[in-house]
Write a protein that binds this ligand. Structure first.
Ligand SMILES: Cc1ncc(COP(=O)(O)O)c(C=O)c1O
Length: 408
């Protein structure tokens, strides 16, 4: 632990702050854990690259056999550039316009279709295509309302009761339905939800309705502990039930299908940290405001989902504990990483590590207030390597001006 803190301080001193750090070895360990937990001969772990599209992470996961869940043309092109074979990519976008469908179909990627309307259009334009169908599993779970993707209050997937309609449309267009998919939500709180969603999909996956199935894909959502009271779920324990359930299904279906999961958070969240520097300490009556050199556009989860991220003062880990508001440098009142958080005494110039920041942090980032995104550094077999540099404000402005050159 001490060694890790020293490494983080070394990174902050060498590359400055704000800087994201990703431990590639931890990502490999997480991947292997899931491979072991779901012991099925035809198992695919399909990395939901929306969680973190850093090319070093993509290449690392590609090198150990991961598949890719891509959700946009940008995702797809980056995955291909990082060496993924098109046969290992599933394209799960929603609300696509025609130009997107045309561009993506040209690559030969397997499309995951999530509405009857899109299915109908696809059947007319691409008769004979191989596709996957995304269903709404009708199970509601997830660590925040904004990331629950099953049930009535979500835009995702085809309703289970429309399975016959979907099969009929596909049959008319001679479409080959090779896979069925669901994703219940992110940070599933109850392991029962995974089993319930699987059962709901299996119930519609009959050989009469869908005779050409090659796989069932049960999405992501494996939870990681963020807060001090949260426990790590033992997925190895429920893995046995999952593989047994799938085995029985395959016997009934009459074919050994591929079992697919699409984790994002589970693979990368705990492997990442955002290093930030304290530049201002302000005593606002009874509150101590700790001002830092990052802000919510660079790590939005606390502001967007009220998410908890553990924060450590790695410059002064043994100081007396006090309560702080850990704030960013953005002109918004809600620009807070933590509210009244107990931390070891913070001084100006201290480096704070915002932990578990490897998923949905950099990837959801932006340059609001025109502050460039942090650098990204990887720990690869323990060695420190710059993965992506931080632009200077001048470089960021040059990019903006280059893109708007006709207008200024
Ligand atoms: C379709 C789909 N699959 C997989 C994931 C990954 O979820 P998580 O990062 O919680 O594992 C998501 C994220 O929301 C998703 O929308």
């Amino acid at each position: 632990m001490k060694e890790k803190k020293e490494k983080l301080l070394e990174i902050a001193s060498k590359y400055g702050t704000p800087t994201y750090v990703y431990d590639l070895d931890r990502i490999k360990t997480q991947y292997q854990y899931l491979k072991d937990a779901f012991n099925w001969p035809k198992l695919a772990i399909c990395y939901a690259m929306k969680a973190n599209y850093n090319p070093d992470i993509l290449k690392t996961l590609g090198s150990i056999g991961a598949y890719i869940d891509a959700v946009s043309p940008g995702d797809l092109y980056l995955a291909l550039q990082c060496g993924f074979d098109i046969s290992k990519v599933i394209y799960t976008a929603n609300n696509m316009k025609e130009t997107e469908v045309e561009a993506v179909m040209k690559t030969g990627v397997l499309m995951n279709i999530d509405s009857l309307s899109r299915l109908d259009k696809l059947a007319k334009k691409y008769p004979g295509a191989r596709i996957c169908l995304r269903f709404n599993p009708d199970v509601v779970d997830g660590e925040h309302d904004k990331i629950k993707t099953g049930g009535d209050l979500t835009k995702f997937g085809i309703l289970l009761e429309d399975a016959d309609n979907a099969a009929l449309i596909a049959k008319k267009g001679n479409l080959k339905i090779v896979g069925l998919h669901e994703h219940t939500g992110s940070g599933l709180k109850k392991t029962d939800s995974i089993l319930s969603a699987m059962k709901n999909i299996m119930a519609i996956a009959t050989p009469i309705r869908f005779p050409d199935l090659e796989f069932l894909d049960f999405g992501g959502g494996f939870k990681v502990p963020y807060g001090p009271d949260e426990q790590q779920i033992n997925y190895k324990k429920i893995g046995k039930n999952i593989t047994l359930l799938f085995k029985d299904f395959c016997i009934d279906y009459g074919k050994q299908l591929r079992l697919i999961f699409e984790p994002g958070k589970f693979l990368t969240a705990q492997a990442g940290a955002l290093l930030i520097e304290v530049n201002t300490i302000k005593q606002n009556r009874e509150r101590i405001i700790c001002g830092t050199d990052s802000g919510f556009p660079q790590l939005i989860r606390p502001m967007f989902y009220d998410a908890y991220h553990h924060i450590e003062n790695i410059s002064n880990p043994n100081g007396p504990f006090k309560k702080y508001d850990i704030c960013g440098n953005i002109c918004e009142t809600g620009d807070l990483f933590a509210n009244q958080r107990k931390l070891s005494k913070i001084r100006e110039k201290d480096i704070l590590s915002i932990n578990d920041a490897g998923a949905y942090c950099y990837a959801m980032g932006g340059v609001y207030n025109l502050r460039p995104m942090p650098a990204e550094v990887v720990l690869d077999n323990g060695a420190i390597r710059l993965s992506r540099k931080r632009l200077s404000p001048e470089q960021l402005v040059s990019l903006i001006l280059a893109e708007t050159s006709g207008n200024v």
